[in-house]
Unconditional design. Structure first.
Length: 319
């Protein structure tokens, strides 16, 4: 082969090698400067979790974090696999809203052992397993239940018969809202004559449960505590169909449906939680931990009690 050609090929290969190395170096620097993290919603079909995902994607770069979304699709087994996928992808942190607070534990153990930062988002795991997460950010769902109970106690000083429709069975929020509510009404004249939780945070399920309760209890029902505003939409529909429109309804979330229903008078109270604030807090604490700092293990975002009397004091939610 001609010596000039050989020399040219050698120079070409050296330049190519240097360019590749530089590219890899630049990529490594970029990866180092923008750690990859993921939000793991229990189910993107849930409006609050979909909105939270939008907020994670919106604010991730502001905190120098590369955010992706890994959907649990409303299935505890799917979400467990999603955690395993996050580990395999070498993510630095995950924010988990679990479908089932017990079923997710083995996966969180794996993530913890792999060195991931684990943030529980909106729903926490039990105190017995709290060492598996670095932090929790959300509302105090016990307090959401307590606030709902106090609304009934104030509205019915002489007592009332009410029914309770729970959120997704086994979900941390469902468990705590139920416990907080019932602890607060204990010893009062507020009587829960029926209670049932749903299998998913689904409006249609809440409506079907309410229809069954109307068939069973009829006009004895003076109030309904529904664990979430979109569930209250189904409750309202069932009550309207039965001609029972003078029923006191309290629900949790403070989303668009809750605001609209309170403003229209169909829902009496919504207990509002701010997911945008939760997202920013989660991202901020991740940065602190990545830099070797420490954070509080439990971080509650304040709840707002919204009724027709004060609804104009709040910015209407977009989710």
């Amino acid at each position: 082969m001609n010596r000039k050609v050989v020399l040219f090929l050698c120079v070409f290969l050296v330049i190519g090698s240097l360019a590749f190395s530089a590219g890899q170096s630049d990529k490594a620097k970029a990866d180092e400067g923008m750690p990859k993290v993921a939000y793991l919603p229990g189910d993107m079909a849930n409006e609050s979790q979909a909105f939270s995902a939008k907020m994670f994607l919106k604010y991730g770069a502001d905190y120098n974090l590369d955010v992706q979304i890994l959907d649990g699709k409303g299935d505890a087994q799917v979400q467990a696999q999603v955690v395993t996928n996050a580990i395999a992808q070498g993510l630095k942190a995950i924010y988990v809203n679990p479908n089932d607070v017990n079923a997710i534990i083995p996966s969180l153990m794996q993530a913890k052992n792999a060195g991931l930062i684990i943030g529980m988002f909106s729903s926490d795991i039990s105190q017995a397993n709290s060492s598996l997460r670095n932090f929790f950010v959300g509302v105090n769902d016990d307090m959401a239940g307590e606030a709902s109970a106090k609304a009934f106690i104030q509205a019915f000083p002489d007592g009332a018969k009410i029914v309770e429709i729970g959120g997704q069975s086994g979900h941390d929020a469902q468990l705590k809202r139920h416990d907080g509510f019932n602890k607060t009404i204990a010893g009062t004249n507020i009587e829960v004559i029926d209670y049932k939780a749903t299998q998913q945070w689904a409006t249609a399920e809440a409506m079907a449960i309410m229809e069954d309760m109307i068939t069973k209890w009829g006009s004895d029902i003076q109030g309904v505590f529904c664990h979430w505003d979109n569930g209250a939409t189904g409750v309202i529909g069932a009550l309207k169909a039965a001609g029972m429109e003078d029923v006191y309804i309290v629900a949790v979330d403070g989303n668009r449906a809750g605001f609209d229903q309170v403003r229209s008078g169909e829902q009496s109270v919504t207990i509002m939680q701010n997911f945008e604030t939760m997202v920013k807090k989660s991202l901020d604490m991740t940065n602190i931990l990545l830099k070797g700092g420490s954070v509080d293990a439990v971080n509650f975002v304040p709840l707002d009690i919204v009724s027709l009397d004060n609804i104009d004091e709040f910015t209407p939610p977009e989710w």
